[in-house]
Design a protein around this ligand. Structure first.
Ligand code: ZN
Length: 483
């Protein structure tokens, strides 16, 4: 009797286990698609054909912020900027509410853009990214599109671009395109409401790009999708060119190319230049510039060339393609170009594989332009934790932070940047600036001659560490030449 009971108990236990295993398999099916179309048509490299990238930054926390947006000196600037500010303010208000309950709360905002210029007249802008706070289980997606007609200086509504009375036809085309990439998507269509499918559209070169938010069109694990609806397949659902004009010439190349680096004036410097060689007995500092390349980088390079100084540029991976000439010129002048991550995410929040991709992809993109690059990088916000130092160590990269912070992203004032540098500069310092701001470039017109006249040698980070003795170690964080 006792034995029978035990057998029954074991059988019951087996049954419970079997149900549990079955439930787990049902929850996490082995054949779950691995986001098969997540990356389709989503550029890895920022496409910037309209405007230059400007940044709303908060590098001081607790809401680390990197919102990149285009400014073109045109009618759309203030509207775009208003949206950026409102998006930041909302995230800030949410975090402030969290901070009232938990003083250790923190957050991150990371939003970037692509801008397409079509036929020199139409502009499509996609702002996309995420807001993450310690109060949220998952980061919240952010998507916003702006569509412009720069000829008439007007914003285009979605209903100016597509004839929304033909909504069903457009959705049929959209579903067709999704199925081409992911045939099993049909299973989901029946259960997905289509209300939000055309909320975010933008004008692209080959067609109208539909941006599907995560969880719209397909289950959330597919991520956010960008689907191209070719102009010639939209038929009379396309309103963009009015009744008379034909669809844009899809073969046309983007008209906006990075401006060639300006030729620096060969004016003799008013102060004695360095002769190129580094004297280890004389003071030296490393000027460093993050978040570029930008249209202001050339102005800083002109000054470095004029004063025969070197600096280190920590560039954003997805911006490299937008200004290869600037990067090449910096390297040719003896400056150091190294990475500041691919997309300026807080690396400490990523998996080890994602950290490594952020570091290596950026490094490789630089190397493809300059031929070589040092095995070092600067993490966004200077944020470091053990898993990041471990990943860096495994890759053989050292981490470069700073000892003097100019806070130029906050003051955006040339005199303030000059004062910040001159107040704190000391032998072997690593000075943090951002070549994204015109005010920083302007400040360098005072800073660089002043440092040279005080006897500082302007060297790269590699040179600073080399002349400060000792091998540079992988996985180690450096703040200045004195370590
Ligand atoms: Zn940065």
């Amino acid at each position: 009797m006792k034995k029978k009971l035990r057998i029954e108990s074991i059988l019951l236990l087996c049954a419970i286990l079997a149900i549990a295993v079955y439930a787990l398999i049902a929850l996490f099916p082995a054949d779950k698609p691995e986001s098969p179309i997540d990356t389709v048509d989503t550029p890895d490299t920022s496409v910037i054909e309209y405007g230059h990238p400007d940044l709303l930054a908060n590098n001081a926390g607790p809401l680390w912020t990197y919102i990149r947006y285009p400014q073109a000196g045109d009618f759309a600037d203030s509207v775009i900027l208003d949206w950026v500010q409102a998006t930041y303010d909302e995230a800030k208000a949410d975090l402030d509410a969290l901070l009232d309950k938990d003083a250790s709360a923190q957050g991150e905002v990371n939003i970037q853009f692509d801008s397409y210029l079509i036929d020199g007249r139409f502009v499509g802008i996609v702002e996309q990214g995420m807001i993450s706070t310690t109060g949220l289980a998952h980061p919240a997606d952010v998507i916003k599109t702006f569509n412009l007609d720069i000829e008439s200086k007007t914003f285009l509504e979605n209903s100016d671009i597509l004839d929304m009375s033909k909504r069903e036809e457009i959705l049929t085309l959209l579903k067709e395109k999704i199925l081409l990439i992911s045939p099993d998507a049909q299973d989901y269509f029946d259960n997905m409401a289509t209300d939000e499918w055309l909320d975010y559209i933008t004008i692209g070169h080959e067609g109208i790009i539909v941006i599907l938010e995560r969880g719209v069109g397909l289950p959330a694990y597919y991520g956010s999708l960008r689907i191209n609806l070719p102009y010639d397949e939209l038929g009379d659902a396309l309103l963009l060119y009015g009744e008379t004009a034909s669809a844009p010439d899809t073969a046309q190349e983007p008209t906006s190319k990075p401006a060639p680096s300006s030729t620096p004036e060969s004016v003799a410097p008013s102060l004695p230049p360095q002769d190129g060689g580094i004297d280890p007995l004389r003071p030296m500092i490393a000027l460093t510039f993050d978040d570029g390349p930008s249209k202001h980088t050339s102005r800083i390079l002109d000054l470095l060339e004029q004063y025969k100084g070197h600096a280190t540029f920590f560039v954003i991976g997805n911006l490299i393609e937008s200004r290869p000439d600037t990067i090449k010129r910096a390297a040719d002048l003896g400056c150091e170009v190294v990475g500041h991550s691919w997309d300026h995410r807080d690396l400490t929040k990523l998996s080890s594989d994602e950290m490594k991709a952020e570091i290596l992809d950026t490094h490789n993109a630089i190397e493809s332009i300059t031929g070589s690059s040092s095995h070092m990088y600067r993490p966004p916000y200077g944020a470091v934790n053990d898993s990041l130092t471990n990943a860096s160590s495994e890759l053989g990269f050292s981490i470069i932070n700073w000892s003097v912070d100019t806070v130029d992203w906050k003051t955006k004032n040339a005199d303030a940047v000059y004062t910040a540098v001159m107040a704190d500069v000391n032998d072997r310092a690593i000075i943090l600036c951002h070549d994204l701001y015109s005010t920083t470039a302007e400040a360098m017109e005072q800073v660089i001659p002043a440092l040279v006249s005080q006897g500082y040698q302007l060297v790269t980070v590699s040179e600073l560490l080399e002349y400060s003795g000792g091998a540079v170690e992988a996985g180690k964080v450096y703040y200045n030449g004195n370590k």
